[in-house]
Design a protein around this ligand. Structure first.
Ligand code: NAD
Ligand code: ZN
Length: 398
């Protein structure tokens, strides 16, 4: 089959690789119909996620048809159509791999599954404990082949595969695999109450879903921050957010002004470890990250903490990898902020968010700016990274 393989920083190639096979009774093989490139993939593309090996298959946002099932997978079916051709259920697959049985899965904390990362010991050395395994996201997170490919093996398919009704298009449901639940969980972690003002740093795909979700959950106002004009425009037109360009205004001051001096009730970081910045501190991060003295560039996170109003919530959806410098903990502590964060517990949100899509509350396809063939994946990565050609979200069609 064809798959998008990593070969180093800024080097992904579409190659012919062996087809995946069922290895365990709880596995399924999915024929991919749509797959997307995520901001998290850019951290790999840019070379910041350790333990990648040449040839690793990327991709964790994918959906398709079931073509093969292990003996213990009973929640989906493969039938035959009128012409006696195989016809498998149409499914989306959460990017987090979860067993469904462990202490954490049983508590609805799916991204913390204790059984899906065979390389947990490696993560424990750095992080103390290991989260769940992830598709296409380095050997640190399990070394699972990703879904930017024609086929993928899904472990724990009996709890991971989620059947999609025929009347919805791929484009409407594909983002249930990651960015819609991620934006939604980011907003949920803000503990939104009527009248609340929520500020969202980053108007990439995750930020766009955080904005919409904050309104779904009852926010009165959402203020969105970025510097890319078309992303700010999408936040304004699609998300109905007020927007701020951090290259044009001082964000801390502007937020105070917009909130009567109090600051936002909640602040969402939808930027993560590769933040761009304009101040001296951002330059410091860039240099330190380049020489590997700092793992992440937390420009946005610092601003999030300093801008949050007293007693406010800080919700971190952006991915961080390691050790961050100069985090204003004094501000966080003395302002009594509440922090919530994490890889998304995608399984938890599949049903409720599918309901929102079916009810017409939100059509997730609004973020798609580019639909490309799998062969065009290297181009897709490049324009998404460099924000060229007004690129906001790329969907690949194998
Ligand atoms: P993206 O790269 O398209 O978006 C990031 C946006 O942040 C860009 O528009 C960029 O211009 C903006 N930005 C950069 N520096 C900024 C700053 N200082 N202030 C404000 N905005 C700034 O990526 P995405 O797909 O939207 O993902 C965003 C983050 O969410 C990434 O870190 C990704 O890894 C993470 N993510 C987390 C989860 C999870 O489970 N928690 C899931 C998916 C993605
Ligand atoms: Zn993702």
């Amino acid at each position: 089959m064809k798959a998008v393989c990593w070969h180093g920083a800024n080097d992904v190639r579409v190659e012919t690789v062996p087809d995946p096979k069922i290895l365990n009774p709880r596995d399924a093989i999915i024929k991919i119909t749509s797959t997307a490139i995520c901001g998290s993939d850019l951290h790999i593309y840019d070379g910041y996620i350790p333990t990648m090996q040449k040839g690793d298959i990327l991709g964790h946002e994918f959906m398709g048809e079931v073509v093969e099932l292990g003996s213990e997978v009973k929640n989906v079916k493969i039938g035959v159509d009128a012409k006696r051709l195989l016809l498998g259920d149409r499914v989306v697959v959460p990017f987090t791999i979860s067993c469904g049985n462990c202490f954490f899965c049983q508590r609805d904390l799916w991204s913390l599954c204790d059984n899906s990362n065979p390389n947990a010991w490696l993560v424990e050395l750095q992080m103390g404990h290991s989260p769940a395994g992830l598709f296409g996201y380095s050997h640190l997170f399990g070394g699972y082949a990703g879904g930017q490919a024609e086929y993928v093996r899904v472990p724990f398919a009996d709890v991971g595969l989620f059947k999609i009704p025929d009347h919805l298009t791929d484009e409407q449901v594909l983002f249930l695999t990651d960015i819609f639940p991620t934006g939604y969980m980011a907003a949920e972690n803000c503990n939104i109450k009527p009248g609340d003002v929520v500020a969202v740093w980053g108007c990439g795909p995750v930020g766009q879903f955080a904005i919409k979700s904050a309104f779904l959950l009852g926010a009165e106002r959402v203020i969105a921050i970025d510097r890319i004009p078309e992303r700010l425009q999408m936040a304004k037109e699609q998300g109905k957010a007020e927007v701020l360009n951090y290259e044009e205004v001082d964000i801390g001051e502007a937020l105070k002004e917009l909130t009567g001096g109090r600051g936002p009730d909640a602040c969402i970081d939808a930027v993560g470890m590769e933040a761009h910045g304009t101040d001296a501190m951002a330059f410091y991060d860039k240099v330190k990250q380049a020489v590997r003295l700092e793992t992440d560039r937390p420009t946005a996170l610092r601003q999030v903490i300093l801008s949050a109003g007293k007693g406010g919530h800080v919700s971190i959806a952006g991915v961080y990898g390691g050790f961050l410098d100069k985090i204003p903990m004094g501000s966080a502590m003395n302002k009594g902020l509440t922090f919530k964060m994490g890889q998304t517990h995608v399984h938890r949100y599949l049903k409720p968010l599918l309901n929102h899509i079916e009810n017409g509350d939100l059509d997730p396809s609004f973020v798609i700016t580019h639909t490309l063939s799998l062969d065009q994946a290297p181009h897709g990565y490049q324009i998404f990274k460099e924000k060229k050609d007004n690129c906001i979200k790329v969907v690949l069609k194998p």
